[in-house]
Write a protein that binds this ligand. Structure first.
Ligand code: SF4
Ligand code: SF4
Length: 338
């Protein structure tokens, strides 16, 4: 069984973490069932966030307040922008998770790297929470390479969580290496690139090459969990067939594509950017029918109402020209609607 140690935290776990964002969308009992099944098969790292609606509560139902709590690691995140909200978030997280500590508390995709003395009070609050025993280790998540690199160089963080998959560019691979040099744990989110990577074996085999990377797989259905659990005993290897899949995807998905992260929201024109701006890929890489319904046709038509306010452009961590991308996807979409 492949394991990974998260840098200087010393946290050593099975090289498969459980991404608890998708369990928001399923009933409590189903979520608890999946979480327990993951644990029973060796997964002990669970990543959630204050912003994932009832995900923390479901984790609390599965692991809080019982003998399992001390056998697993819980990572959560706060989107707080100031110390008062930080404390409010932390107390809520602890209450919902039914625990008196979290193993890892991460600043959730801040636009800047929180540091002592920056005026936000965030890092000082984090240190105080650690001194009180409510937080064991300090992490940061991000989608901006500049902020991520600054966090690594600051020496203030135990872990980095960043999107990482076989579609990653050189700069993301450099970030992984920078984390290794700094003895920081690297947690890989979006290892399936928000649904654009459809071959999980290829995604798994690629990440297996990086011994300091812990992928967290977003799981909503039992079949998805079973797929990853089967890889624990029989890890896919990067053979010619999987390398071919990766090469093909890299060619098709190179450069300016929308990762579906949603950081450009809200859109004043009500456009569901995170799906609309990658519709051409969704139509070709997954069953098209669900995206061709009258409901989706209405959603895509909203692109005509773009007021070019540039909110999306200014908030896209990948520097995409989102209105242009939306327009291209809409033109392509119309060719599917006859
Ligand atoms: S530029 Fe258009 S798509 Fe982007 S946020 Fe503004 S209205 Fe929405
Ligand atoms: S346009 Fe950019 S910010 Fe918006 S969903 Fe796509 S990748 Fe994310």
């Amino acid at each position: 069984m492949q394991q990974v140690t998260l840098g200087k935290t010393g946290i050593t776990v099975n090289k498969n973490g459980f991404g608890a964002l998708p369990i928001q969308r399923i009933p409590v009992e189903d979520a608890v069932y999946l979480l327990h099944k993951a644990y029973e098969h060796g997964i002990t790292f669970f990543d959630t966030a204050r912003s994932y609606s009832d995900s923390e509560e479901k984790l609390g139902k599965a692991f809080g307040d019982n003998s399992l709590r001390s056998r697993i690691y819980i990572a959560t995140k706060t989107p707080a922008q100031n110390a008062a909200d930080f404390w409010k978030d932390l107390e809520t997280s602890l209450k919902l998770l039914k625990t008196d500590y979290v193993d890892l508390l991460q600043f959730h995709n801040p636009a800047f790297c929180p540091k002592p003395g920056d005026g936000s009070g965030l890092y000082e609050a984090m240190l105080e929470a650690k001194a009180q025993g409510k937080v064991r280790f300090i992490g940061i998540t991000n989608h901006r390479i500049k902020v991520a690199m600054e966090a690594v160089e600051s020496g203030l963080y135990d872990t980095m969580q960043f999107p990482f998959s076989y579609l990653a560019a050189d700069q993301e691979r450099e970030l992984v290496e920078a984390c290794r040099r700094a003895d920081m744990g690297f947690i890989a989110m979006k290892a399936l690139s928000g649904g654009l990577i459809t071959n999980s074996a290829a995604a798994y085999a690629y990440l297996a090459q990086f011994d300091n990377v812990l992928p967290i797989w977003g799981v909503q259905k039992e079949a998805e969990l079973d797929e990853f659990l089967s890889y624990i005993d029989n890890p896919p290897v990067l053979n010619d067939k999987l390398t071919e899949v990766i090469d093909k995807d890299r060619k098709m998905l190179a450069g300016n594509f929308c990762r579906g992260c949603g950081y450009c929201q809200p859109c004043p024109a009500g456009i569901e950017i995170q799906n609309s701006a990658r519709m051409s890929l969704l139509l070709r890489r997954s069953p098209a029918a669900p995206y061709l319904t009258p409901e989706w046709q209405e959603k895509m038509k909203r692109i005509e109402n773009c007021i070019h306010c540039n909110h999306c452009v200014n908030h896209c961590p990948y520097g995409l020209d989102t209105p242009k991308l939306l327009k291209e996807n809409y033109e392509d979409y119309k060719t599917f609607i006859k």
